[in-house]
Design a protein around this ligand. Structure first.
Ligand code: NAP
Ligand code: GDD
Length: 335
């Protein structure tokens, strides 16, 4: 039985990847940092099937100790300070975790388990101010946030450990991917949760920033499959993972509000606090290489993704736990 070691196990992707790898027959070890209130909500369903290991990307010795203890065959580095907006206010911390943290884990792998295979959670945010569309593996990087800068460092560290030491290191350049487990601070979940709260009379409006930003949004459950496939190749390589479609934040609002029979224009307020010092205006990925070499394709269209997220936030509120059906409004909206 192969052992997979996942950092960021408590996050959105960590939870989906753990489920996927358990299905594939792996032993899963998930790394958690010590916090005053442990955040195991997303992995409640699999906690009894995985092993939790305590460590931190800020602490090199913890990574070396854990690799020595668990001897992983595959290492998925999903841990990061992942919120772009926060990175403008905590640039040093973001650099330490999201950037240098990757050098720490690569060095721990080189010294303790050099035969392991390594996946780095790289990001479309590295393309930033894009020089071509769609963006592919060869598109130059021009990051626009401390987060993006840290991810570029981490990406090149991953490529360098492959080239310098012949380690099996892959960088997955993933475009935005969402789900009902998405953190509440990210725009998609902020909207889906806000729509549900408004539908139930618990909130009056949603304050957002730039509605014209465009992203290539896919479903997280699909994207973790691509991570696994990358580590099953004969040779390590980097891949863009995306849907090949782009939509604006405004489009997301429109579909999300329409799902509960409301017009977004009446409920969305613009608040300058949610603008960023520098914006990434447009992301659109070209997943051709992943399709060709990994045989990976996304299976969740944009509208379906928006509905999935709104329905989840609505159904959590429904007494009976029923999922909202199209055309059936939550009780508070019924005449
Ligand atoms: P997420 O939900 O924010 O999860 C981040 C994880 O990192 C959490 O488990 C968090 O633990 C952990 N973490 C933070 N600081 C840590 C530290 N110092 N040591 C150890 N663990 C630490 O992020 P996600 O959406 O699942 O994304 C997973 C990865 O993919 C991240 O690296 C992200 O930057 C990258 N990525 C995401 C997307 C996307 O659209 N979702 C796209 C491209 C790349 P706590 O629970 O303790 O905070
Ligand atoms: N969060 C947030 N909140 N974003 C807003 C808001 C708001 O109120 N209003 C507008 N936006 C816009 C942002 O300015 C941005 O252009 C877009 O919505 C998406 O923001 P986020 O959902 O915070 O995601 P992100 O694209 O900045 O970053 C995510 O995707 C990256 C991949 O491209 C994160 O998951 C990163 O970790 C990931 O690497």
């Amino acid at each position: 039985m192969k052992t997979a070691f996942i950092t960021g196990i408590t996050g959105q992707d960590g939870s989906y990847l753990a489920e996927h790898l358990l299905h594939q027959g792996y032993k899963v070890v998930g790394m958690m940092r010590r916090t005053a209130t442990p955040s195991t909500e997303r992995i409640e369903g699999v906690l009894d099937q995985i092993e939790i290991a305590h460590g931190d990307l800020l602490d090199q010795s913890s990574l070396m100790r854990l690799f020595d203890e668990h001897k992983p065959d595959e290492i998925y580095n999903l841990a990061a300070q992942s919120f772009v907006h926060a990175s403008f206010y905590e640039p040093i911390h973001t650099g330490e975790v999201t950037g240098l943290g990757v050098a720490r884990i690569l060095e721990a792998m080189r010294l303790v388990v050099p035969e392991a295979r390594f996946y780095q959670a790289s990001s479309s945010e590295m393309f930033g101010k894009v020089s071509e569309s769609p963006q592919k593996e060869s598109t130059p990087f021009h990051p626009r946030s401390p987060y993006g800068v840290a991810k570029v460092y981490a990406h090149w560290a991953t490529v360098n450990y492959r080239e310098s030491y012949d380690l099996f290191c892959c960088s997955g350049i993933l475009f935005n991917h969402e789900s009902p487990r998405r953190g509440l601070e990210f725009v998609t979940r902020k909207i889906s949760e806000g729509v549900a709260a408004i539908a139930f009379g618990q909130q009056e409006d949603i304050a957002l920033g730039n509605l014209d930003a465009r992203r290539d949004w896919g479903f997280a459950g699909d994207y973790v499959e691509a991570m696994h496939l990358m580590l099953q190749q004969d040779t390590p390589e980097d891949f863009v993972v995306a849907t090949g479609e782009t939509h604006s934040v405004r489009d997301f609002c429109d579909i999300a509000f329409a799902r509960v029979g409301l017009d977004y224009e009446k409920f969305v307020k613009i608040d300058p606090r949610f603008y960023r010092p520098a914006e990434v205006d447009l992301l659109l990925g070209d997943p051709s290489l992943a399709k060709e070499k990994l045989n990976w394709t996304p299976s969740t269209p944009f509208k379906e993704l928006v509905h999935l997220m709104v329905d989840s936030d609505v159904s959590r509120r429904l007494d009976e736990g029923r999922t909202l059906q199209a055309g059936e409004l939550p009780p508070s909206l019924r005449g």
